[in-house]
Ligand binder design. Sequence first.
Ligand code: PGA
Length: 245
Amino acid sequence: MALSSISSPGAELLQLHTVDAELWADAVSSSLIGLLAESPAACLCVPTGATPRPAYRRFADQGGDLSRATVFLLDEFGLAPGSISRCDEMIQRDLLELLPAAPGEFHVLDPQAADLEAECRRYEAKVRHGGLELAILGLGANGHLGLNEPGSERNSITRVVELTRETSEHSESYGSHERATWGMTMGIDTMLSAERVWLLVTGSHKAEILARMFLEPVGPELPATFLREHENVTVFADEPAAALL
Ligand code: PGA
């Protein structure tokens, strides 16, 4: 399938940036360094997981600096504090500990909060107040964004969510022996409030879901299709992930 043959509504708005697998981390990192050069105090949301890890390492190696930026973590698993699969632990290991200086501001969701609904409202208000200049996202194998699992609505905001079995199993792959069954995540509307969105996708195991994101009808069955309703989305895909486009 050639990208030029894709005529699904909105798919033409997605800017697909395909790079060799060896150059992918550099492409993402250089773009982020470029954005921060223009806007050092940018307000960003960042994902965790296997996909962004090489880009974060490259960002650190290239002297990336978040010391004036405001950084929001995209989501969090309902796991005990200190669990190695927790998103706040992963972002420390994969990015923040590699940088010479802490971000100007760093915000996380707290799954231990006594009132989880209030915690989600607090987070949503904080994100909206900051105003995201950039939302960096990963793509779940089931088409989720953050932890917005299939069934998530376009107007969803930060909230507590149940995880699908697939996502729950995937949480274990991050190293903990404990599976998360629920989480907290920015909603689709929260992410799409960003001025621009970068979707990071690597590996042949993501090729089919990435093609479906371009082709299937926009809707909650495949939450990533909602990106087709935003006018400034760049998909950073390596060649194996883009193989079906
Ligand atoms: P991954 O996770 O980067 O570990 O593949 C992405 C996601 O599930 O959103």
